[in-house]
Design a protein around this ligand. Structure first.
Ligand SMILES: NC(=O)c1ccc[n+]([C@@H]2O[C@H](COP(=O)([O-])OP(=O)(O)OC[C@H]3O[C@@H](n4cnc5c(N)ncnc54)[C@H](O)[C@@H]3O)[C@@H](O)[C@H]2O)c1
Length: 453
């Protein structure tokens, strides 16, 4: 997507703290909007790569925007927090993963970033949280910054949650569905409007609210999305028991204008660096706030999601005749979703790994995520080419809904596999086409699928 047209907007000096999937995209997009942007990250390898105009992960269009900003001289990257000192607005984009010992969010990177930044804030400035955090974090962050910053109360805090989707990050940043400004003053609201002036001028809606509601906006959005996927997967299991077809069922539901079809695809479930941990963090925070009782539904949403992985492994074992030991299994897909190279909490890679643990020889192919997958699961076999990855396979499993896999010719694939057996873990293949080609095609919740047991 092209950057928005620049009008007579002001150039704002901005720092972006944390330049991962969110921060690198945000920095590049703000530079494309004409601002002077420095990205700060504690990972030197990351910074080195970004400084040459290459993102450390795959995101369509990002390398082009990075190169453009670097060339124009209004985008730079550094590991040194001092480089952020001249900025008027500081966006905090560090990771907030699940804590190792609990379901809550690990906010250590957030506190570390704020502690590094705060001593540099000698005069009026705006610190803007973008990371996804449990409600109440912003108020603590405000307290911490004002305690440490030489500028004291002249430093303001705002929360501006980010809703971008990996694989669509640039268009989602430059043309989001809405911009949420959690602010405590008109000045903070105005500053954010200056920063986002070209985006707002393009017609994007803005919602001004308080800090807590802004924090919740992102967490609640992810809970809603997770709930829809898990409902679709609940329907899949009931369909199997009732001899109904979940593909038809979710299509019928999707036509209902009140329901819609997005995030209603059953399959191996959701994953990635956001939905699983954000759902758990929401539950953990609700419990802390005394709202744990109604939030118990989130435990079920998570359990249904994880259950799909186990059920897919059971289905594979059943299709293989009761044992995976010694079988050649091809997993088409490692990324947690198509369009990304992200394998964080990827259901595809988890299923591949579980089958490996059961004694299968698992070969994985993915158009973008093999480098990350190799690092995360070195015990699996990898092949850049999807067709050769299927060579000699007793079972082919489509686990990420890449267009490359959906367009595989099932007739031609017959020539390379040992047995024409496939599992469609994403309900993304054309069942008639595959079956007409002679394939035994299985999917959780599909009428003619042979379920486990
Ligand atoms: N990935 C997405 O699609 C997405 C979308 C919306 C919101 N979010 C949220 O954005 C946040 C970041 O997610 P991400 O996917 O970009 O994570 P990420 O792991 O890709 O990036 C985090 C970056 O922060 C850096 N970092 C850690 N500690 C730091 C510090 N003290 N100072 C500076 N940099 C530091 C890391 O080196 C890393 O590069 C999370 O809260 C996530 O939930 C992510």
């Amino acid at each position: 997507m092209n950057p928005p047209e620049r009008g007579t907007e002001l150039t704002v000096r901005i720092s972006v703290l944390g330049t991962g999937y969110l921060g690198a995209t945000h920095a590049a997009c703000l530079a494309a909007c004409g601002h002077q942007v420095v990205g700060i990250d504690t990972n030197p390898a990351h910074v080195k790569r970004l400084a040459t105009g290459r993102a450390p992960f795959q995101e369509p269009g990002l390398d082009r925007l990075l190169a453009q900003g670097l060339r124009a001289g209004n985008l730079s990257f550094s590991t040194d927090y001092d480089a952020a000192a001249a900025a008027e607005v500081h966006f905090v984009c560090v990771g907030t993963p699940q804590a190792e010992a609990s379901e809550a969010a690990d906010l250590s990177a957030l506190w570390a970033a704020l502690e590094s930044l705060a001593p540099l804030l000698v005069g009026p400035s705006l610190v803007v949280g973008k990371s996804t955090v449990p409600v109440g974090t912003a108020a603590r962050a405000r307290h911490l910054i004002r305690r440490i910053a030489p500028g004291g109360d002249s430093v303001e805090l705002a929360w501006n949650p980010e809703f971008l989707r990996e694989g669509h990050a640039i268009e989602d940043s430059l043309r989001p569905d809405r911009l949420v400004f959690g602010v405590e003053s008109n000045e903070a609201d105005l500053t954010l409007r200056e920063v986002y002036a070209p985006v707002i001028a393009a017609g994007v809606a803005t919602v001004r609210t308080d800090l807590a509601t802004a924090e919740l906006a992102k967490a609640a959005a992810n809970v809603m999305l997770a709930a829809r996927v898990s409902l679709a997967n609940l329907f899949a299991e009931v369909c199997e028991a009732a001899d109904a077809d979940v593909g038809d069922l979710t299509m019928i539901l999707g036509y209902d204008a009140r329901i819609g079809s997005a995030f209603l695809t059953p399959g191996i479930g959701y994953g990635g660096g956001c939905l699983p941990k954000d759902t758990r963090a929401f539950l953990a925070r609700a419990q802390e706030l005394g709202a744990g009782e109604p939030a118990k539904i989130l435990r079920e949403i998570d359990a249904i999601n994880l259950r799909q992985r186990a059920r897919t492994v059971d289905l594979a074992v059943s299709v293989l005749g009761g044992s995976a030991a010694g079988a050649n299994v091809t997993a088409l897909g490692a990324a947690f979703k198509a369009g990304s190279d992200d394998v964080r909490d990827s259901p595809a890679l988890d299923i591949a790994s579980r089958l490996h643990s059961l004694g299968a020889r698992v070969r994985v192919s993915d158009p973008a995520a093999l480098r990350n997958a190799r690092r995360a699961k070195p015990e699996l076999l990898y092949d850049d080419d999807a067709i050769s990855a299927c060579s000699g396979a007793d079972l082919v499993m489509v686990l990420t809904d890449w267009a490359d896999f959906q367009s595989i010719d099932p007739v031609a694939l017959l020539d390379v596999v040992a047995a024409p057996r496939a599992i469609d873990g994403r309900l993304c293949l054309d069942p008639d086409k595959w079956r007409a080609a002679g394939w035994e095609l299985h999917a959780l919740g599909r009428r003619s699928a042979a379920g486990p047991g």
